[in-house]
Design a protein around this ligand. Structure first.
Ligand SMILES: Cc1cc2nc3c(=O)[nH]c(=O)nc-3n(C[C@H](O)[C@H](O)[C@H](O)COP(=O)(O)OP(=O)(O)OC[C@H]3O[C@@H](n4cnc5c(N)ncnc54)[C@H](O)[C@@H]3O)c2cc1C
Length: 431
């Protein structure tokens, strides 16, 4: 098969057929974006009796939610020592506990809604690209055990072959609690679950303008879309790396970053077992990192931030070659394996690389998953829905400082990304 510029996961999933109905005149909550965040929120809101409209420019799961590696990971992008220095022990403890609950949250939804998405608690493996990265693993494992009562395991270099069929790393760290799934099947299932709960999903409906407007004494929003207008008592922005000028205050707080993935042809069983004997979700210790795993049908899926730009046809093609070279450095055994698919997607980083949720200009939001969004986006959607319905759920990411660009030098157009890319490569070289 010739290389296809197409998301492999989409070849495995059936998406619900959504009839293009006219927009309602009024809803309790308008959710912008039909990815994990928006659909998880819509499901919970509708289960609690709210009238919900999910407004999506494209189709269900079109954004990062169908395009990712399907790694359902514990922890956050930042290491625990850095989190403690930023937030102190108590808040970091609550954040870490929440990160563990995010996996349970996904597992529970998959079970309750019978979503056929190959969810599997196969654990994750972080591999060290340098000796000093490996030395830091032992310190992290101690802090995580003593502060958060969660057990990770250090894997010495001479024992690593039980975890990975590569000999370029200095050792590893395993967390058995993390999981893997097929993201396209999962987001399609979340779409069905939201609809079953009573939420209405409107595809090909871009939100173009939002204005605060009261109706019969009730505060709310007039929403202009590409398919007409509606009024909502509350708005929840779940637009992640695809956040646009429609919500300018949110856009200025987020950096959209392109990430790219290749998958090989289906591999022989013995070779697949040699590459990843325990079927882990694997990523390395660099800033400019690679992440990889086997797909359920035994392809090697290999991803990375091959270019610091949101995806375009050009960056996708360039990424296929960059990633293939990276994959062969890790796994020389794949030298002759054909690459069947390449695709890209956009994820969102906040300037402090943390997830953020709350209210901005009167509108609810949850964003900033920094490549850890499969579990966290599902969880934030659910928690924010509980908050919007009037509960006070435990959510340590609400109300933490949400910094914008240093010196305010950012209007939403990420002109500095090539420099950020060089900076991260430099950090990988020196750290
Ligand atoms: C290549 C890649 C690999 C990744 N791998 C992993 C991984 O292995 N593990 C992990 O945890 N995370 C991973 N991530 C991150 C994860 O996929 C995201 O954090 C998560 O999907 C975010 O979900 P979301 O619902 O918030 O946003 P999205 O799924 O991006 O959805 C946002 C939606 O909003 C819509 N939208 C935007 N503006 C408007 C508007 N004005 N009107 C209407 N609709 C609008 C968009 O069309 C889009 O569909 C990866 C991301 C990428 C791109």
């Amino acid at each position: 098969m010739a290389l296809q510029e197409h998301n492999y996961w989409l070849t495995t999933a059936d998406f619900p057929k959504i009839e293009a109905l006219p927009l309602p005149d009024r809803v309790d909550v308008a959710v912008i974006g039909a990815g994990f965040t928006g659909l998880s929120a819509a499901r919970t809101l509708a289960q609690r009796g709210a009238k919900v409209a999910v407004l999506e420019t494209q189709t269900i799961g079109w954004g990062a939610s169908s395009r990712n590696g399907g790694m359902v990971l514990t922890g956050m992008k930042l290491g625990v020592n850095q989190l403690i220095s930023m937030y102190g022990r108590d808040l970091t403890r609550r954040m870490y506990a929440a990160s563990l609950k995010t996996i349970d949250c996904v597992e529970q939804i998959v079970r309750e809604e019978a979503i056929d998405c190959d969810f599997c608690r196969c654990g994750h493996l972080e591999v060290a690209c340098k000796q000093k990265h490996f030395d830091d693993y032992a310190r992290q494992v101690d802090v995580i055990a003593s502060e958060f009562n969660h057990q990770l395991r250090v894997v010495q270099r001479n024992e690593l072959s039980a975890e990975i069929g590569s000999n370029i790393y200095y050792g590893g760290m395993v967390d058995e609690v993390s999981a893997g799934l097929n993201p396209a099947r999962y987001v399609a299932g979340l779409g069905r679950a939201a609809t079953k709960a009573g939420a209405e999903i409107f595809e090909h409906t871009r939100v173009e303008d939002l204005q605060p407007e009261s109706r019969r004494g009730e505060s709310g929003w007039k929403i202009k879309t590409s398919r007409g207008q509606l009024w909502a008592h509350e708005v929840f922005a779940a637009t992640s790396g695809y956040t646009s000028k429609t919500t300018p205050a949110l856009q200025k707080k987020l950096i959209p970053i392109g990430s790219f993935i290749i998958t090989t042809e289906v591999l022989p069983e013995a070779l697949a077992h040699e590459l990843s004997p325990r079927n882990r979700m694997i990523y390395d210790s660099k800033n400019y990192l690679y992440y990889y795993r086997l797909t359920p049908d035994r392809r090697m899926l290999f991803g990375g931030r091959a270019a610091f730009f949101p995806e375009t046809d050009q960056t996708i093609r360039r990424s296929a070659e960059i990633l293939r070279r990276g994959m062969i450095e890790v796994y020389p055994q794949l030298h002759d394996a054909k690459i069947d698919y390449v695709w890209g997607g956009t994820l969102d980083f906040a300037f402090d690389i943390m997830p953020h949720a709350g209210q901005l200009d009167g509108m609810y939001y949850a964003v900033g998953y920094a490549g850890h969004g499969v579990a966290m986006a599902t969880y934030q959607g659910q928690k924010m829905a509980e908050l919007i319905s009037g509960d006070k759920p435990e959510n340590p990411f609400v109300g933490i400082p949400f910094p914008g660009a240093p010196l305010g030098l950012y209007n939403g157009s990420p002109w500095f990304l090539p420099f950020a890319g060089m900076w991260y490569k430099f950090l990988d070289w020196v750290s």
